[in-house]
Design a protein around this ligand. Structure first.
Ligand SMILES: *[C@@H]1O[C@H](CO)[C@@H](O)[C@H](O)[C@H]1NC(C)=O
Ligand SMILES: *[C@@H]1O[C@H](CO)[C@@H](O)[C@H](O)[C@H]1NC(C)=O
Ligand SMILES: *[C@@H]1O[C@H](CO)[C@@H](O)[C@H](O)[C@H]1NC(C)=O
Ligand SMILES: *[C@@H]1O[C@H](CO)[C@@H](O)[C@H](O)[C@H]1NC(C)=O
Ligand SMILES: *[C@@H]1O[C@H](CO)[C@@H](O)[C@H](O)[C@H]1NC(C)=O
Ligand SMILES: *[C@@H]1O[C@H](CO)[C@@H](O)[C@H](O)[C@H]1NC(C)=O
Ligand SMILES: *[C@@H]1O[C@H](CO)[C@@H](O)[C@H](O)[C@H]1NC(C)=O
Length: 430
């Protein structure tokens, strides 16, 4: 028992530290240290100055306090360390940010906008669990209770890691993101160790409604070797969304409070760009329903979704018809609290059943040591496309209790080639 504990300790705590310290640059050149100007003054210039002086081969320190940020920023870091003890406070001038000239469009998928981009190589950004980003999302969320929102409409991603290599983001907090809190795109060998996100409406007019959709914890896209360790996400959408061409993704010790759960997708949105997702390990996850006033949804443990096999409209809002494959996904040690659909696969996003079905395939998915509760009877619902039936779906030690306990669990397997370990008969009807 003791030995076992030590091993788990090594995997969860020691190994990430070993990996992350390997990423810490050894060369320490100049140091630039700044404090907030205060009095409502704009800090954007002094932050960018510090990064341009010390962001290559140096060390930048942002002392505690709120840094007022009024325009988009890219930090191009090479062989550098940044310590953030305070918050980058992105001012909520909604119309300013929605003007496409005032954000970056580096995230190709769904043409999403970014107000803050980290790029470069061999760097560490450490916010020491005491700083990060204030997104001032409350005003944005309320604005969108009476305006139409759509993918690619310009709502900014809070922290974008783009075309970065060998980097670590540590102890980082994102308070009230207007939209996705994180995205890692076109990057490799990135470790996030300690990420806290809280997208919670505080206006009582909207208690019990999810006015914080799209506040995803992170979207991964066109990236390889991404570690997501020690995350704590309160949001109204996917706490982790794995999009096209994400490979070798390892997430461990990840708490999702409310929202939709972990998503693979949506995939197959781009008819001309196949999506490949391979080698994903998700372990030690907790999905927990929170107060209904704060966030009414707790959708899934893990769900997988593709567009249909036809392209209807164009991205960012329409799409479909894209091909590809998701394979070798391990989801183990999941604790659920009152989740609606623990495991769900569907291939009809953005379409209807009369359309050509998707040919993007899900293969080799395993779910082991799942425990806790679901609050509907749709415990396992796997609805694969007839054009891409799912092989090698495996369950082991899957013990989800239903609340109320007089519900009878339903298991659905449609177009599943081979499955093992589902705790009851898996029917081919919904
Ligand atoms: C964006 O910038 C371009 C070039 O300066 C300008 O022509 C265009 O009007 C601007 N767009 C908006 C929405 O302000
Ligand atoms: C998130 O923010 C809400 C509103 O401020 C707060 O009540 C809640 O405790 C926060 N969640 C966490 C996990 O800190
Ligand atoms: C809550 O939202 C309502 C409706 O948009 C608005 O009228 C009210 O001022 C908001 N309350 C606070 C405290 O901001
Ligand atoms: C899991 O992550 C939380 C932060 O979300 C951290 O406080 C806790 O120490 C981590 N647990 C382990 C075993 O590392
Ligand atoms: C994914 O990678 C493949 C090459 O392996 C490429 O053909 C495809 O266009 C990429 N898809 C996306 C969405 O970038
Ligand atoms: C289903 O999709 C087809 C093809 O895109 C479309 O013509 C039809 O109107 C759709 N039907 C419904 C009920 O949405
Ligand atoms: C199941 O339990 C719930 C709450 O305990 C109760 O309201 C409901 O009537 C029960 N349903 C059946 C079919 O017994």
């Amino acid at each position: 028992m003791r030995k076992m504990k030590l091993n788990v300790y090594f995997l969860l705590v020691a190994l990430p530290v070993v990996l992350a310290s390997a990423l810490t640059p050894t060369r320490q050149g100049k140091t630039c240290t700044i404090s907030p100007l205060g009095g409502g003054q704009d800090d954007t210039d002094q932050v960018l100055d510090a990064i341009s002086k010390c962001g290559k081969g140096g060390h930048t320190v942002l002392l505690p306090g709120d840094y007022i940020i009024t325009r988009k920023m890219t930090w191009d870091l090479q062989d550098a360390t940044v310590d953030i003890w305070g918050y980058l406070d992105f001012q909520p001038d909604i119309q300013y940010w929605l003007n496409a000239n005032n954000t970056y469009r580096v995230v190709f998928v769904q043409s999403q906008a970014s107000w803050f981009v980290l790029t470069g190589s061999d760097f560490t950004v450490d916010a020491h669990n005491s700083g990060g980003i204030k997104g001032n999302g409350q005003l944005w969320w309320e604005y969108y209770t009476s305006h139409v929102k759509a993918d690619g409409d310009g709502r900014p991603i809070s922290l974008t890691v783009y075309q970065a290599k060998r980097a670590a983001i540590r102890g980082f907090r994102i308070e009230s993101p207007p939209f996705w809190s994180n995205c890692v795109a076109e990057s490799s060998d990135i470790t996030y160790d300690g990420m806290f996100v809280n997208a919670t409406n505080t206006n009582s007019t909207f208690f019990g409604k999810n006015i914080v959709p799209n506040t995803d914890g992170i979207n991964t896209f066109r990236s390889n070797n991404i570690n997501l360790f020690n995350w704590d996400i309160t949001c109204g959408d996917d706490c982790l969304a794995i999009k096209g061409n994400s490979t070798n993704i390892h997430a461990s010790n990840y708490t999702c409070r409310g929202g939709n759960g972990v998503a693979f997708g949506s995939l197959g949105q781009y008819v001309d760009l196949p999506d490949y997702v391979e080698n994903v390990l998700l372990e030690y996850f907790t999905m927990t329903r929170i107060s209904h006033d704060a966030q009414p949804n707790m959708g899934s443990g893990v769900y997988f979704k593709t567009w249909t096999g036809v392209s209807v409209g164009l991205p960012p809002t329409g799409g479909g018809g894209g091909t590809g494959q998701v394979k070798n996904v391990v989801c183990r040690d999941f604790s659920l609290n009152l989740v609606d659909r623990p495991v769900h696969v569907y291939q009809t996003n953005g379409g209807n059943s009369s359309e050509l079905q998707s040919s993007l395939q899900f293969a080799d998915l395993s779910f082991s040591n799942w425990y806790g509760t679901a609050d509907t009877n749709r415990v396992i619902d796997i609805e694969c496309s007839p054009n891409a039936p799912c092989p090698d779906i495996a369950f082991k030690d899957f013990n989800i209790h239903l609340v109320p306990s007089n519900l009878t669990a339903r298991y659905t397997c449609i177009n599943v080639v081979s499955e093992a370990g589902i705790p009851g008969p898996c029917n081919a009807t919904t």
